[in-house]
Design a protein around this ligand. Sequence first.
Ligand SMILES: Cc1cc2nc3c(=O)[nH]c(=O)nc-3n(C[C@H](O)[C@H](O)[C@H](O)COP(=O)(O)OP(=O)(O)OC[C@H]3O[C@@H](n4cnc5c(N)ncnc54)[C@H](O)[C@@H]3O)c2cc1C
Length: 541
Amino acid sequence: MPVTLRLKDVEVPATNGSTDAQLAAAVAQRLGLPADALLSLVIRKKSLDARRKSRIVYHYQVDVDLEDEAAVLRTSDSQVEVAPTEAAADPLEGIAKGSYRFRHMPIIIGSGPAGTFAALALAQAGQPCMIIERGEAVEQRLRTVNNLRRDGTFEGESNYCFGEGGAGTFSDGKLTCGRNHPLVKFLFNQWVEFGAPDEILYDAHPHIGTDYLLRIAKNQRQHLEQIGCQYLFGRRFIDITAGGSAARYRIKLDDGTTLLTDHLVLAIGHSARDTYEMLLERGLAIAPKPFAMGARFEHPQDVIDKIQFGNQCDLPPAEYKLAAHTQDRGIWTFCMCPGGHLLPTNAQPNHLAINGMSYHARNSGFANAAVVVNVLREDFYRGHPLDGMRFQAAIERQAFAAGGGNYMSPAQRMQDFMVGRASTGELRSTYKPGVSSARLDQVLPQFIVDALRQAVVDYNKKMHGFISKDALVVGVETKTSSPIVMLRDKSLQSISHPGLFPAGEGAGFAGGIVSASLDGVRIGRAVMDDAIATALAERIH
Ligand SMILES: Cc1cc2nc3c(=O)[nH]c(=O)nc-3n(C[C@H](O)[C@H](O)[C@H](O)COP(=O)(O)OP(=O)(O)OC[C@H]3O[C@@H](n4cnc5c(N)ncnc54)[C@H](O)[C@@H]3O)c2cc1C
């Protein structure tokens, strides 16, 4: 029987880009065959190696089909092997149709990655659910956020954090994760199925880009609607009470609608501060959790390219990832966006927080990265579970005022930030509606400023030229992760509210698109397991 062969570590020089023909030639040469002997070639892994600037290369792992693979296996080096079959896991493996029972549709609050993948996991079993989202569907949301970028018109219910697809819809769509988890394969296959470029399946640093993410969100919605899911956009979940004998819970939306459910997934993200307050009042088990905070650093992309690649051209925009330490803090770069744009990502009016996004082509000509410092419990905790959230909000209000009170972001040249001086002259940034010169070193808490300054010195040693005249510190980056955790038990239900499933980043169980999606899938499975237990109990009685 013909088998597919796998070749590891095929090297292709990165000069003049890397083409399919160059790769095929390198593979054929490794196998000692003419290029037309390859019946098919599939890339399994691809990474750029720029450690030696004089010889920047792509490393590939590929699967090939040949006329006579047995001959190659007999004669080739140990880097050629029979390709293993790598099936993606089925999140609902072992669940038989009819083995579960729902009195009411499961309800999911939030259409971000966690909520959407909880719905998609349920959809694997053909089980529809209702998805309630305070923001708009992507088509309208795009117009609303463009208004914010154009003239600072902020819409409290639909913005860069709230709306279909969640916080990461307008993002770089970086898919940071280990690839070996079988459910991660399921996620990546789903993204491709809904429109992501195939290369995310093999790139060492996969990213989707905002242009594709918008399309994916719409395709996911259409798929879920086809199996009977219902979306309620522009509706905010504002209350939860016991449902009596009819259901575990009765929930209330801001338009007065009340709904009954036995399974409520809370995938609200970490910006819904009003919902956190309400849930705490209703007795949900919530505990404070440390997080991280800092600012965005932004450079002209060619500064970073030059540092990383020297004079080599025709390469993708360069990335970087750096870490430093003070005696008691870590400082690290996070969510780096090559060729990206800076965005206002506050979710409350008269606050300011920023984050980065990019289109798939990563072609803005600027590179930005969050540089964040860990914020310890003792920095904010005064005895209330939401003290971390209030600490974030206070800094966002100061940043809003420092930027001029119109959603312009405070910004400072890195050189000026280092010595505590206001910047003069034009500050070139991708941030819209625009940056205004301000003393970010007076907006951020002193411990963060001290740590960032120390890190910049360290980064400049590792990446000579990092402190450059056009480099900016733009701020503030307050919401790298949730400031709370919604405590859940082994069955992934709230320890205070059985049948309520806290999910994703807002619940404190994820920090990014992949981990939030993965948590969503697990929650979908947990909802099914609970419905199976219900069906079993009914049969026994
Ligand atoms: C600009 C930006 C860029 C990012 N870039 C990346 C990246 O490149 N890679 C990466 O891994 N991560 C990135 N992230 C982080 C990533 O987006 C989040 O980790 C992820 O979206 C969390 O998913 P989630 O489903 O838990 O929550 P969210 O995506 O925040 O979704 C929560 C949803 O719940 C809705 N909601 C909240 N409260 C209510 C309510 N009361 N009623 C109804 N609906 C409600 C919100 O409107 C929102 O749509 C980025 C984030 C931002 C803001």
